[in-house]
Write a protein that binds this ligand. Structure first.
Ligand SMILES: *Cc1c(COP(=O)(O)O)cnc(C)c1O
Length: 416
């Protein structure tokens, strides 16, 4: 049979009613521990766990304790692996739990990290406040993630600082939707790390587009990390994270997850399984709305600039990469109100449909002023270097009616 499409995988994959009393939808297994049939079964369940076999794989296997694994976690991981077109997936209680477990599991003291910039604030904090000072792991930034010379220079510098343990690529990046060429960075990093004994692990933070719009593994990444809190959860009511890739890379992360306790609980898994069913529909609608909002803002005299990947010309390096690497421009982007903080705040304070909050990917449209919220802790020089001005505002467009979003922005901009 032909390989199924994402929309179909999202609805039922990873759950078999026949194994669950015929329940059409996944029951929630609220149990911290699991009862063995007898002594021999207990032994084989532990053997299976140590070997990395699925606990529901056969009569000799079995669940042990929910921090190691539980039925709802298996269902969610099976579905996310299929959506990411991966052999295996591990799910975590937040995107940051996925990122910290992945980095701690893939790096050794004295390694370096080659990364794109700007990074998500939590990832930046983990690298600069823990991995660098405590473990001597130096992060080295790529200044232009589309330019071969810049990537090569950063890879050379990273290699000089130690073996390149991890390549961390965030694309598109936050808040200005900078694109990074996954295939090019992966190739250059592997060349730079060729003589170091173990190859660098190339990981992509796929949160901004999610599995519906970007498949990093198909472009040469080893691991695909996603904050499920955003588009997969989609309703701003739960947190979660996932890491997909080859079994030999993902299985050690599951073992480390057991030690760190970063697993996702049964109810969180259930919410995500339910939400993922509508992810493609929500994404499609949100992307359409985002295009309309971006065009409206672009034409408005009080808006100085709109940074929306959908506006990239197909002939530009960014536009060509978008066409090659992504299925769409996404629904989170930024714009600058002419003036600065005062003008930006006047816009925010008069909106009635948009809600003033950080985060993205929910059904509702959210808006925030980058310099004083998500990027408040970034020193002004580094903020400016990454293109964030005092007028920069980030929006995440939801699935409301397009006309109400445009009306809301129009009336609030009148007050600016
Ligand atoms: C939100 C986010 C994260 C962290 O995810 P949490 O679920 O909030 O821990 C990581 N990367 C990016 C790009 C994000 O937007």
């Amino acid at each position: 049979m032909a390989r199924r499409r994402s929309e179909t995988i999202a609805v039922g994959h990873g759950y078999d009613p026949a194994s669950h009393q015929g329940a059409a939808k996944p029951p929630i297994y609220m149990s911290s521990t699991f009862v063995y049939r007898d002594g021999a079964h207990a032994k084989s369940a532990h053997e299976g766990y140590l070997a990395g076999r699925a606990p529901d794989g056969g009569a000799d296997e079995g669940y042990i304790y929910a921090r190691l694994d539980h039925p709802n976690l298996q269902m969610l991981q099976t579905r996310m692996a299929a959506l990411d077109r991966a052999e295996a997936c591990a799910c975590f209680n937040s995107g940051m739990a996925a990122i910290s477990t992945t980095l701690l599991g893939s790096l050794r003291p004295g390694d370096s990290i080659l990364h794109t910039r700007p990074l998500y604030g939590g990832t930046d904090g983990l690298m600069n406040n823990l991995l660098l000072p405590v473990h001597g792991i130096a992060p080295v930034a790529i200044t232009d993630a589309l330019d071969e010379t810049a990537i090569r220079a950063a890879a050379t510098e990273a290699r000089a600082r130690g073996p390149i343990g991890v390549v961390w690529i965030e694309t598109p990046s936050n808040p200005l939707s900078g694109l990074a060429d996954i295939a090019l960075i992966a190739r250059i990093a592997r060349e730079a790390g060729a003589g170091q004994g173990r190859p660098p692990v190339v990981a992509v933070d796929n949160t901004f587009l999610g599995p519906t719009l970007q498949n990093p593994l198909a472009h040469g990444a080893d691991l695909c990390m996603t904050s499920l809190t955003k588009y997969a959860g989609g309703h701003s009511d739960t947190l979660g994270g996932s890491v997909s890739g080859r079994f030999d890379l993902v299985e050690p992360l599951r073992k480390l997850r057991t030690l760190l306790g970063t697993h996702l609980d049964p109810h969180g898994c259930w919410l995500l399984l339910r939400s993922i069913e509508t992810m493609a529909l929500r994404t499609e609608r949100a992307c359409r709305n985002a295009g309309a909002v971006a065009r409206f803002l672009q034409a408005h005299p009080k808006i100085a600039r709109v940074v929306y990947a959908g506006f990239l010309s197909p002939e530009s390096p960014g536009g060509a990469l978008l066409a090659r690497q992504c299925e769409g421009a996404g629904s989170t982007f930024s714009f600058d109100v002419a003036g600065g903080e005062a003008e930006a705040f006047r816009l925010l304070d008069h909106l009635r449909v948009f809600r003033l909050a950080v985060s993205l990917g929910g059904t509702e449209s959210l808006i925030c002023h980058s310099a004083t919220t998500t990027h408040f802790s970034v020193p002004p020089e580094r903020r400016a270097a990454s293109g964030v001005t005092d007028g920069t505002i980030r929006i995440s467009i939801g699935i409301e009616h397009e006309a109400d979003l445009l009306d809301d922005l129009a009336q609030a901009l009148e007050k600016v």
